[in-house]
Write a protein that binds this ligand. Structure first.
Ligand code: MG
Length: 165
C-alpha cells in the first residue's frame, strides 16, 4: 500500500481558444510569428492554461477558472505565466515534485513542428524542471472541425507529481 505521506498523483488539462486576426500567438510562453493569434481574456496561451489545469487537477484543487475568473479585470491580457506560477506555488505547498509533463497542441496552422523544441525548453524553464521531463507534441486535426478549419487551437496536458502530502 502506498503511504499517504508520499503520494504520486496525475492530472490532465484541456483548453481551446479561437484563432483571430490582430492578436499575438503565444503557445507555451513562446511568441510565434503568425498572422493570427488566440482570443481570450488573458494572453490566451492554451498550452499554459491546459498545463495549469493539469497541475491543479493533480493537486485536486479545481480549475483555472476557479482561481482566475475571466470576469476579473486584473487578468485582462495577463501573461499566463502567472497562472503556472500560482499552480507551482500550490505544488510546493503540497510538498510535491513534478515528475514529468506531456502536452499535445492541436493546430491546423501554423505548422508547429519547427517550434516544438523551443516550446519544450520554455515549458521546462517555467516548470523549473529539466527539459528531459517535458514532452511537446503537435498535430493537425486533418482539416476537420473548427481546429481543422484554422479557427481555433487547442491543447491537452498531463502531469505527474510525486511526494505530495
Ligand atoms: Mg484558456
Amino acid at each position: 500500500m502506498v503511504p499517504c505521506h508520499a503520494m504520486n498523483r496525475i492530472g490532465i488539462g484541456y483548453d481551446l481558444h479561437r484563432l483571430v486576426a490582430d492578436r499575438p500567438l503565444i503557445l507555451g510562453g513562446v511568441h510565434i510569428d503568425h498572422a493570427k493569434g488566440l482570443l481570450g481574456h488573458s494572453d490566451a496561451d492554451v498550452v499554459l492554461h491546459a498545463l495549469t489545469d493539469a497541475l491543479l487537477g493533480a493537486l485536486g484543487q479545481g480549475d483555472i477558472g476557479d482561481l482566475f475568473p475571466d470576469t476579473d479585470a486584473q487578468w485582462k491580457d495577463a501573461d499566463s505565466r502567472v497562472f503556472i506560477e500560482e499552480a507551482l506555488r500550490r505544488v510546493a505547498q503540497a510538498g510535491g515534485t513534478i515528475v514529468n509533463a506531456d502536452v499535445i497542441i492541436h493546430a491546423q496552422e501554423p505548422k508547429l513542428g519547427p517550434h516544438k523544441a523551443t516550446i519544450c525548453a520554455r515549458l521546462a524553464e517555467l516548470l523549473t524542471i529539466d527539459a528531459s521531463r517535458v514532452n511537446v507534441k503537435a498535430t493537425t486535426n486533418e482539416g476537420l472541425d473548427a481546429i481543422g478549419r484554422g479557427e481555433a487551437i487547442a491543447c491537452w496536458a498531463a502531469v505527474a507529481l510525486c511526494d505530495c502530502r
